[in-house]
Design a protein around this ligand. Structure first.
Ligand code: HEM
Length: 396
């Protein structure tokens, strides 16, 4: 019987005020001293790439406990129905339904639209000093996700404001009262708005995501009204801030490494591998969790079923067992089996779209502004749970 260690943060307590600024150093230390870490809050953190892969792909796990409870979420008043909060068979059915929208034809159209919009937004940066978050990293994904949903341009600002407030939902019961009330108000608005769009699409079919889900329902797929609503809300949440983070973190890292910015300027075909390197080196989603559905052993620690186990993607992405010189930012890195999109059955459904958006942003900016510079090497992180700069002031 293996000995159970004393719970400890080992210097990587997420409540430390400077945790986000020192994240990579802290996780490097944790991976060395306690790669399988039983935390004082009772959940376990995995920092090695092999352990994270095993958890997400080859262990009996769910996002809910065995009896169906969603950890850290109060479902008394409203059940959660987004696919990322469901285990099979509901997850399988919902993911299949939403995948109906992301066909190769739609992806091709989206690629053209993303390229066009990116050029337009960069054209609009007329001053020599810009905040890249406000001028590109935020509007690009938010306009694209609203267009995917079929939100008309004049309603977009309102829709985006709700999406912003809704991100506090991700904190569950850990959000402050003020954050919870803003998130709940936004959820109420969003639900009312999407319900109205659903009714419109029942009368007049459309090709946007809401239209595709309504058609699935009409063709006899099992999809309740609540499930339909939650896929729209969830996708808006999943596809917006994450991509803002990828673009802003990416441009920041590229400019912190001017040799890599120059390399990209000289060879635009590196944009795809540059996106993967940003997802490895500075992922906007640093971790994802599962509940064990059977007892399991990771490293020296025996873990009981129903324990929440966190795959620390940011730590796995710098595991020297898998990546040569993991602390080096190399936009030509091959192979690059990063875990920035998670893994297993919940692996990000929007990965391709996110990459298209970030590639366009990196390509257009590096082509037009080879001399771009950060106004400060320091970053202020947004209040979001995710790893997203609040602003990114640049001189073009
Ligand atoms: C850089 C941008 C993005 C990042 C870093 C990201 C990351 C992630 C991660 C880490 C997960 C959880 C995976 C897991 O637990 O194994 C996830 C799930 C998901 N993402 Fe993304 N995501 C991004 C963009 C998008 C976009 C643009 C969309 C769609 C418009 C999207 C839709 C989804 C969906 C639907 C899920 C749930 C999949 C499931 O439960 O089967 N994501 N994403």
């Amino acid at each position: 019987m293996p000995l159970q260690p004393e719970p400890s943060w080992h210097g990587a307590n997420p409540d430390e005020p400077d945790f986000r600024d020192t994240l990579h150093e802290r996780y490097r230390h944790l991976r060395k001293v306690a790669p399988v870490n039983l935390t004082p809050r009772g959940y376990v953190r995995l920092c090695r790439h092999a352990d994270c892969e095993r958890l997400l792909k080859r262990t009996k796990v769910g996002v809910r406990t065995v009896d169906g409870t969603l950890p850290s979420v109060d479902e008394t008043h409203m059940a959660r129905a987004f696919m990322l909060e469901q285990d099979p068979p509901h997850h399988t059915r919902l993911r299949r339904m939403v995948s109906r929208y992301f066909t190769p034809r739609v992806m091709e159209e989206l690629q053209l639209r993303v390229d066009e919009l990116c050029e337009e937004l960069v054209d609009g940066m007329d001053s020599r000093e810009v905040d890249l978050v406000q001028s590109l990293a935020l509007p690009l994904p938010s306009i694209i996700i609203s267009e995917i949903m079929g939100v008309p341009a004049e309603e977009r600002a309102m829709f985006n404001a709700w999406s912003n407030d809704l991100t506090y939902i991700l904190l569950g019961t850990r959000a402050s009262r003020a954050q919870q009330s803003r998130a709940n108000a936004a959820l109420g608005h969003m639900v009312g708005y999407i319900t109205e769009k659903v009714q419109q699409r029942r009368r007049e079919p459309t090709e946007d995501l809401i239209g595709v889900l309504v058609r699935a329902e009409q063709e006899g797929e099992q999809l309740s009204e609540i499930e339909l609503l939650w896929q729209c809300v969830g996708l808006t949440l999943a596809g917006f801030e994450t991509t803002t983070g990828l673009i802003a973190n990416g441009v920041r890292q590229l400019l912190l490494h001017p040799d890599q910015w120059r390399r990209l300027h000289e060879d635009r075909t590196l944009a795809a591998s540059a996106v993967d390197e940003v997802l490895r080196y500075e992922p906007s989603v640093a971790a994802t969790s599962r509940c064990l559905h059977e007892d399991a052993q990771f490293g020296d620690i025996a873990i009981e079923r129903d324990t929440v186990v966190m795959a620390v993607l940011a730590a796995a992405n710098r595991d020297p067992e898998v990546f040569d010189a993991p602390a080096t930012f190399d936009i030509g890195r091959q192979p690059n089996p990063h875990m920035g999109f998670g893994g297993g059955i919940h692996m990000c459904l929007g990965a391709h779209l996110a990459k298209i958006e970030a590639m366009a942003a990196f390509r257009v900016l590096s082509q037009r502004y080879p001399g771009a510079k950060l106004l400060s090497p320091h970053v202020q992180w947004s209040s979001s749970l995710l790893r997203i700069p609040q602003a990114l002031p640049l001189c073009l």
